[in-house]
Design a protein around this ligand. Structure first.
Ligand SMILES: [Mg+2]
Length: 143
């Protein structure tokens, strides 16, 4: 796959279903937060997000958040009710945090995916970490 393109593209995170993850042999789903799982302005997880996370975990897939957002308290407060670990200030496209997560869960790069909205951070970090890059459309606040 070209470095310039994500391996798969989706409209929204909900399009990444437990069935698809199973079919693709994904054991670890690493997700960007802002404009991927939530709008930047959302302070707490939407019901759709909570339901989606629940279904993915229920399918036996590990899911974590890896964000470049540096607001640690906000990140923890957002991810805690979802019951998922989060990494803040990840400095993507640097892939260190992705690699650390795979080591922590003992998951091979071939069994992991990085899901995010941005090529210059999420897709590139996935390429550097040698995991599959799945891209969602950038979610925008409608004001
Ligand atoms: Mg983002």
């Amino acid at each position: 796959m070209s470095v310039f393109h994500a391996d798969k593209k989706f409209e929204r995170f909900e399009d990444v279903t437990p069935e698809l993850l199973k079919k693709e042999g994904v054991k670890l789903l690493m997700c960007d937060l802002d404009n991927t799982l939530r709008l930047h302005s959302e302070k707490e997880p939407a019901d759709e997000l909570a339901d989606w996370v629940y279904e993915i975990k229920n399918a036996g897939v590990k899911i974590v958040v890896i964000s470049n957002n540096g607001r640690k308290k906000m990140m923890q407060k957002f991810c805690e009710p979802l019951g998922i670990d989060c990494v803040w200030w990840a400095k993507k496209p640097v892939s260190t945090k992705l690699t650390e997560m795979m080591q922590r869960f003992k998951i091979a790069p071939s069994d992991a995916v990085m899901l995010g909205d941005k090529w210059s951070t999420d897709v590139l970090a996935a390429k550097f970490a040698k995991v599959r890059s799945w891209q969602v459309e950038h979610r925008k606040d409608i004001l």
